[in-house]
Design a protein around this ligand. Structure first.
Ligand SMILES: Nc1ncnc2c1ncn2[C@@H]1O[C@H](COP(=O)(O)OP(=O)(O)O)[C@@H](O)[C@H]1O
Ligand SMILES: [Mg+2]
Length: 452
């Protein structure tokens, strides 16, 4: 690796000379020091690697090693020793040396080792920066929404991310952003460099799910031909995201609870307790409390999860976020599809703001995607959202009048509410009710309503 800087520390000028000569030929910048004091003066951020003699006139190499690792943890150190004792080597590795070599050495081998060390550290840096850019993708900025409720959710998630909380429960209808929230919490915590693994509890039969989570020993069951580590082991130091926890069977719920409380578990068919440090983020679109009442969900597990609950509100309860989200998706799909759609017309925006979004943000994203795939104009209009009109879930948002009223009254009240929600726009009111503009106008006359 050219242009890396290597500091050679040895009291023998001949050793320094031979290493300098060889490493310079490889394209490295080479610095020299003959004493521990000089070494520490030369060490610094820009020194990538230090070849360090164990015996120095004014100190020993381990002292220098400790100091260097304290000041410049990223600098690699290779210890050189003429009196190789196992203890020295062990001590050196413990203090963070990359490697140690015995004197006398072959300069070619040293050059090779230096090259390898620098390559390793370059890769490590690359992975680190990759992880932070992944972190940015899953940063809290990726959670779009300025409504009061979303601001509160984001601020809570941020605090949870940096807290020691080991169990978190995300609730909310499908498509409200539970996956996104779980990733944001992981990638903004000090667990970010470790694994984030997720599993959907409803996707697997009980026995398989158990062995996925906890692993199994060889022969634990018919198909267990090999020992297998479970997700809790794989994610040690990181985060396990258990989606659809409400569908977990009672027997597994009990095992999960034991794990959450004791931080230890046994592999299926195993006897040994295994201890790991993972944060468990559970999610469900179900009402777990109802599950407890109906005997489907263990009460003790419910209370354990309930320590840190976060509720993602449905989109229809934060309609103010719809324009922001829709524009965000237009942007995203412009980039993905290489289109130049300018935006959504006020009329269309009005319509999607009034829509009930039973599938929440996922449905909104899909609707925008569909519109953008088909569009050949610059602005997305109400017609580009026709699929929503047909499957209009609008009636769900209307309050049913009390019993004992006649159908005409119900119709009239629905019409009034739809017109109100559409600010008097008859086309929109019609879209909300799943009827056309003429049918709206007809009813306005029939009920003697005046336009607001
Ligand atoms: N607040 C948000 N801002 C931007 N995109 C979001 C937001 N919430 C959800 N999404 C997107 O909507 C889709 C569904 O979200 P997801 O997290 O999978 O929901 P859930 O897990 O609750 O079903 C995903 O594509 C996600 O990126
Ligand atoms: Mg999900």
């Amino acid at each position: 690796m050219a242009n890396a800087t290597v500091l050679v520390v040895d009291d023998e000028a001949l050793v320094r000379w031979s290493l300098r000569e060889r490493l310079t030929r490889e394209g490295f910048n080479v610095l020299e020091a003959g004493t521990a004091t000089a070494a520490l003066e030369q060490a610094g951020e820009t020194v990538d690697l230090i070849l360090l003699d164990y015996r120095l006139p004014d100190s020993d190499g381990l002292v220098v090693l400790r100091k260097v690792k304290e000041l410049y943890p990223d600098t690699l150190v290779i210890l050189m020793t003429a009196h190789s004792t196992v203890e020295n080597a062990v001590e050196a590795m413990k203090l963070g040396a990359f490697h140690y070599i015995n004197k006398p050495f072959n300069v070619d081998e040293v050059a090779l080792l230096v090259e390898k060390a620098l390559e390793t550290s370059r890769l490590r840096r690359e992975v680190k920066s990759l992880r932070t850019s992944v972190g940015r993708e899953y940063g809290f900025d990726a959670i779009v929404g300025n409504s009061t409720s979303m601001q509160a959710v984001k601020s809570l998630l941020k605090r949870i991310a940096v807290s020691p909380a080991s169990t978190v429960l995300l609730t909310g209808e499908t498509g409200t952003g539970k996956d996104l929230a779980a990733k944001a919490v992981h990638y903004n915590s000090d667990r970010a460099a470790r694994a984030f693994v997720n599993i959907t509890c409803s996707a697997l039969p009980e026995q398989l799910l158990e062995s996925e989570l906890f692993g199994h020993e060889r022969g634990a069951f018919t198909d267990a031909r090999q020992q297998k580590r479970g997700l809790f082991e794989v994610a040690d130091g990181g985060t396990v995201f258990l989606d659809e926890i409400g569908e977990m069977t009672p027997a597994l719920q009990a095992k999960l609870l034991r794990f959450l409380e004791e931080k230890t578990f046994k592999r299926v068919g195993g006897l040994q307790d295994i201890r790991v440090d993972v944060r468990v983020i559970a999610a469900t679109h179900r009402d777990l409390e109802a599950g407890v009442r109906e005997g489907r969900f263990r009460e003790d597990l419910f209370y354990r999860l309930q320590v840190m609950p976060v509720h993602l509100p449905p989109l229809r309860e934060r309609r103010g976020d719809v324009p922001l989200l829709a524009s965000y998706f237009v942007d995203a799909y412009n980039r993905e599809f290489r289109k130049r759609v300018r935006g959504i017309t006020p009329e269309a925006m009005h319509f999607i703001e009034a829509y009930a979004w039973p599938g929440n943000i996922r449905e909104l994203r899909n609707a925008v995607e569909r519109a953008m795939l088909l569009i050949d104009r610059e602005w997305i209009g109400p017609d580009d959202f026709t699929t929503l009109t047909r499957s209009s879930a609008a009636p769900a948002q209307f309050r049913l009048p009390p019993d004992g009223v006649n159908l005409e009254d119900v119709e009239r009240q629905l019409l009034v509410q739809a017109l109100d929600r559409a600010s008097g726009n008859q086309t929109h009111a019609g879209q909300l009710l799943g009827i056309n503009r003429d049918q709206v106008r007809y009813r306005i006359e029939k009920f003697g309503l005046t336009k607001p």
